[in-house]
Design a protein around this ligand. Structure first.
Ligand code: CA
Length: 242
């Protein structure tokens, strides 16, 4: 059965483009142009995912997100926020609002569809991610707890591997230091966000050529690159004689 997606967007042209492309990609789509309509739609129908614009004529997208996540009936519906404002990103990805992901305007529809698929995959339940992840020169086998860069095994501690997977599994997305702290370290009271920086630095050093995949987002946290570097550049670096 196709996934049922609600698009909440008041810019009609953008809403049409998103709806058209999601339908082409096999999704079942409903659109709302304001917050009240969106909330009513969610009460009446069961959605698998909501794409939610931040700036709407009646209610801010942040408020809608908060209400969806506060209601037991709708809390599990994944939300992708669409924002034009860089300064909101920290709050959105910091999970203060509970959004599952976000895109910043202007975004490519292709990127949005990739995010939609990724969020739906995650929402599908535990045990879903494949055991082996290949990204550029990096390979991680999560079941075996091993990692390789350009075929050479890299010795990572359990914590470093958890940190790497946290970033890698959410590639293209900014993760705040606080979030990494919560997710990777758990409730250790003796750990601070400084430890996050130290460990990211160590993981980068150990990864060598693949260390650049982990980007620093100044003042916010870290992001694993959305896409590996161009295939051609990669191949040329590995096999210069071919
Ligand atoms: Ca808008």
């Amino acid at each position: 059965m196709p996934s049922h997606v609600l698009i909440v967007e008041d810019e009609r042209d953008l809403q049409k483009v998103i709806a058209y492309n999601l339908k082409q990609a096999g999704f079942d789509v409903v659109s709302a142009h304001d917050g009240e309509t969106a909330l009513r739609a969610v009460r009446e129908e069961r959605f698998d995912l909501v794409i939610l614009d931040l700036m709407l004529p009646d209610l801010p997208g942040t408020e809608i997100c908060r209400r969806l996540k506060a209601n037991k009936e709708t809390a599990s519906i994944p939300v992708i926020m669409v924002t034009a404002k860089g300064e909101e990103i920290d709050r959105i990805v910091g999970f203060e609002l509970g959004a599952d992901d976000y895109v910043v305007k202007p975004f490519s529809v292709r990127e949005l569809i990739l995010r939609v698929r990724a969020v739906l995959r995650r929402a599908d339940g535990p045990g879903e991610p494949s055991e082996r992840v290949d990204f550029g020169v990096l390979r991680v086998d999560r079941a075996a707890h091993r990692a390789w860069v350009a075929g050479q095994e890299v010795a990572l501690t359990a914590l470093e591997l958890r940190l790497l997977l946290m970033l890698l599994d959410r590639r293209g997305r900014v993760l705040t230091r606080d979030l990494l702290l919560d997710e990777v370290w758990g409730s250790h009271v003796d750990v601070t966000t400084r430890n996050v920086d130290t460990h990211v630095k160590r993981v980068r050093e150990k990864l060598g050529a693949a260390g650049d995949y982990i980007e620093t987002v100044r003042g916010v946290g870290y992001r694993f690159a959305a896409e590996p570097p161009a295939e051609g550049a990669d191949r040329a670096a590995r096999t210069p004689t071919e």
